[in-house]
Ligand binder design. Structure first.
Ligand code: ZN
Length: 365
């Protein structure tokens, strides 16, 4: 039987914790990874009702988007909803796992799902993550380069857009002198050895560093493989916040708002004055994304869709880029569907339940 550990491992391959924002609190927040995985309840928010729903539906793990423990939790008394929810989960042995900004920043994450619902094409992140791309340079006897490269490519090194197994190799002469304690693959103690070697350069997303270096060391024939890692000033093109892309057919602003409302099943859209041109480039960010409005302008978006804009934020809109403010819960509603699709690929034999509790704290008259 699968354990909660297997679920955590799988989710962290899809949305690595290293990709969460510094203020965030993703990962396993409550629970024990060594327990059996009985059923998974998928929700946007964790509330007391959601914990009760998990219990009723025999799910012992809740996978949520928003972290129930976000600020410091200093006591566990029934004083606040956060404390009551965590207490209830612990009491009933229900684990809580959270994928939040790490799921926002991956390519096939929250914003991908919203862009897909709106039929956007040629999508890119609005703001790529800094320090997200690195380059590994290693030196290997030419006879072994293929084996080492194959091993690091297999764990995700050398992917550039739609190209895999990318690398650059030059040949030259490496030299070393083993001491008496060394167990060299080539050469004799206290004698200078010169070897035909390859210098291989491969780029990789920085979050994969430990597994790539593990494979390098496991497959390289030398006792002390020579390598170095540099974090690059160019960012990973697919990792980052927000998304922008184009509509297959441009729409008049008013028609686009109706389309947006319908495609995302929204209660209402709060928007700035209609721009005097058709909407073609659409930028968006699931959640509180007003901080990305400047990035949307830079991307020459005709409209920027996000949530939680304040009154004064709306004055930032101009004749080129409109703001469309939509309800945070409704904007991220499809994240449940996304998590379900992820889980169904790996845990199809485990009960996967989409929460029916409406956790939206905002009502409309
Ligand atoms: Zn959110």
């Amino acid at each position: 039987m699968a354990q909660i550990y297997d679920l955590v491992q799988y989710l962290e391959t899809l949305a690595p914790l290293a990709l969460q924002e510094s203020y965030d609190n993703c990962g396993l927040l409550v629970g024990n990874i060594s327990l059996d995985l009985k059923g998974i309840l998928i929700t946007l928010d964790v509330t007391e009702q959601v914990v009760q729903e998990a219990l009723d539906k025999r799910c012992n793990v809740i996978v949520a988007h928003h972290p129930i423990i976000f600020k410091g939790l200093k006591k566990l008394t029934p004083d606040t909803y956060t404390q009551r929810t965590v207490l209830a989960a612990i009491k009933h042995d229900i684990a809580i796992y959270v994928m939040h900004t790490n799921l926002d920043n991956v390519w096939l994450g929250v914003n991908h799902k919203i862009a897909q619902k709106l039929g956007l094409e040629n999508c890119k992140p609005l703001q790529t993550l800094t320090s997200s791309l690195a380059k590994l340079t290693f030196y290997s006897p030419s006879s072994h380069t293929h084996k080492v490269l194959a091993a690091i490519h297999a764990v995700g090194a050398g992917v550039v857009g739609n190209y895999t197994q990318c690398a650059f190799t030059t040949t030259g002469t490496g030299q070393f002198q083993p001491n008496d304690l060394a167990k060299p693959f080539l050469g004799i103690a206290q004698q200078l050895e010169k070897v035909n070697e390859d210098r291989v350069e491969v780029i990789f997303p920085l979050y994969l560093q430990s597994s790539i270096l593990y494979q390098l060391k496991a497959t390289h024939p030398y006792e002390e493989p020579a390598f170095d890692v540099s974090v690059l000033a160019n960012n990973h093109p697919q990792l980052g916040a927000g998304r922008y892309g184009t509509l297959a057919q441009p729409m008049l602003p008013k028609d686009f708002m109706v389309y947006l409302k319908e495609k995302l099943s929204l209660t209402l859209v709060r928007h700035t004055t209609f721009v005097n041109k058709p909407i073609r480039t659409v930028a968006l960010c699931g959640g509180s994304g007003s901080f990305l409005f400047g990035a949307a302008q830079k991307a020459k978006a005709d409209v920027y869709i996000s949530s939680d804009f304040k009154y004064h934020d709306f004055f930032d809109a101009d004749q080129h880029t409109m703001i469309a403010d939509i309800n945070h819960y409704e904007a991220e509603y499809f994240t449940k569907e996304l998590i379900y699709e992820y889980l169904n690929q790996k845990f199809a034999n485990i009960a996967l339940v989409l929460s029916k509790v409406n956790t939206n704290p905002i009502s409309y008259l």
